[in-house]
Design a protein around this ligand. Structure first.
Ligand code: CP
Length: 306
C-alpha cells in the first residue's frame, strides 16, 4: 500500500481487498464487549476539517480512538485559518505537534495531494471538493460485499448529482477495480464533461436501469455547490430521478439501496425507501468506523492483537 490514501484510483485490487479483509477482521473485534485495541498506542492522528462533516469526522475519531491512537481534532472554524493562515502553515503547525497521520477534508479539490508534499506522516483524503472521497467508497464496497457476498459482476447504479459528487468518482474507480459494473444515471446537466473517460456506463433513464440493478446508490443533490439552475425545479428532479415507492417496487427483490448521507429526504429518496429493510444507510455509517480503523491500521502499520 502507498503511504497516503488520496484517491480510490491509487488502490490496486490487492490493496482494496486487503483493506476490506482487514475491516472484516476488525469488525469481529468490534463485536466484543471491550472494543478497544492497543495497536496504535503512542501514535497521533490529526483530523483536519476545513469543511462540515458529521459521519466522516466522527467515524475517523472513533476509529483512531478504538485503535488507542491519540487524536487531535482541528476544525477550521474558530482556528487561525479565520485570520488568514494558509493550509501549508496550518499543516506544519500540526506536524510540529507530532502527527503520524493527517485526515483532511477540504473544499478545494487537490488539497490532500498538496498536503502530502508538506508533512512526513500519512495523509488520508476525507473528501476534497468535488474530487474524491476514497474512504466513503471503501465503506460502500464493504457494505455491498457484506450484503451481497461479493462484487465481481455486480451491477451498481449511481443516481443523481454526479457533477458535484466526490463519492461518485471514488465509487466508480474502486468498484471498477473490484470487478463491478457501474452505471451512472443523471440529467445531462449534472454529469461532468470528462465522464466519458470514467470506467462506467452512463444513462439518463432511471426506470430502464433500475430492474437490472443489484445496488442503487442515490446521491445527495448538493445545493450548496450549485451556482446555476441545473434542473427546472426540485419537483421535476424528484419526478425523474428520485427513488420513490413506485420505483423501489421495480427494483429486483434482493437489490439494496444506498446513500452516503446526508440525505435530502423527499427529494432524491423517499423517507419510506431510506428507512426500508433493504436500505443500508445506517449500516454504511457503522461500517465507516470499521473501514477507517482498517485504513489507519494499514497506513500506520499496527498489528491486530488477537
Ligand atoms: N458521507 C459523508 O461524507 O458524510 P459527512 O459529510 O457527514 O461526513
Amino acid at each position: 500500500m502507498n503511504r497516503h490514501l488520496i484517491s480510490a484510483g491509487d488502490l490496486s485490487r490487492d490493496d482494496a481487498l486487503l483493506i476490506l479483509d482487514t475491516a472484516e477482521e476488525l469488525a469481529r473485534v468490534s463485536e466484543r464487549s471491550i472494543k478497544k485495541l492497543p495497536t496504535l498506542r503512542g501514535r497521533t492522528v490529526v483530523n483536519l476539517f476545513f469543511e462540515d462533516s458529521t459521519r466522516t469526522r466522527i467515524s475517523f475519531e472513533a476509529a483512531a480512538k478504538r485503535l488507542s491512537a491519540d487524536v487531535i481534532n482541528f476544525s477550521a472554524k474558530g482556528s487561525s485559518v479565520s485570520k488568514g493562515e494558509s493550509l501549508k502553515d496550518t499543516a506544519l503547525t500540526l506536524e510540529a505537534m507530532g502527527a503520524d497521520a493527517v485526515v483532511i477534508r477540504h473544499s478545494a479539490s487537490g488539497a490532500p495531494h498538496r498536503l502530502a508534499n508538506w508533512v512526513h506522516g500519512s495523509v488520508v483524503n476525507a473528501g476534497d471538493g468535488t474530487h474524491e472521497h476514497p474512504t466513503q467508497a471503501l465503506l460502500d464496497a464493504f457494505s455491498m460485499r457484506r450484503r451481497l457476498g461479493g462484487l465481481d459482476g455486480r451491477r451498481v447504479t449511481v443516481v443523481g448529482d454526479v457533477l458535484h459528487s466526490r463519492v461518485a468518482r471514488s465509487n466508480v474507480l474502486l468498484l471498477h477495480t473490484l470487478g463491478a459494473q457501474v452505471t451512472l444515471v443523471a440529467p445531462p446537466t449534472l454529469l461532468p464533461v470528462s465522464v466519458d473517460t470514467w470506467p462506467c456506463e452512463v444513462s439518463y433513464d432511471l426506470d430502464a436501469v433500475l430492474p437490472k440493478s443489484d445496488v442503487v446508490m442515490m446521491l445527495r443533490v448538493q445545493k450548496e455547490r450549485m451556482n446555476a439552475a441545473f434542473f427546472p425545479s426540485e419537483r421535476e428532479y424528484s419526478r425523474r430521478y428520485g427513488l420513490d415507492r413506485d420505483r423501489f417496487a421495480r427494483m429486483p427483490d434482493d437489490a439494496i439501496v444506498m446513500h452516503p448521507g446526508p440525505m435530502n429526504r423527499g427529494m432524491e429518496i423517499a423517507a419510506e425507501v431510506a428507512d426500508s429493510a433493504r436500505s443500508t444507510i445506517v449500516e454504511q455509517v457503522a461500517n465507516g468506523v470499521t473501514i477507517r480503523m482498517a485504513v489507519l491500521y494499514l497506513l500506520l502499520g499496527g498489528e491486530i492483537a488477537q
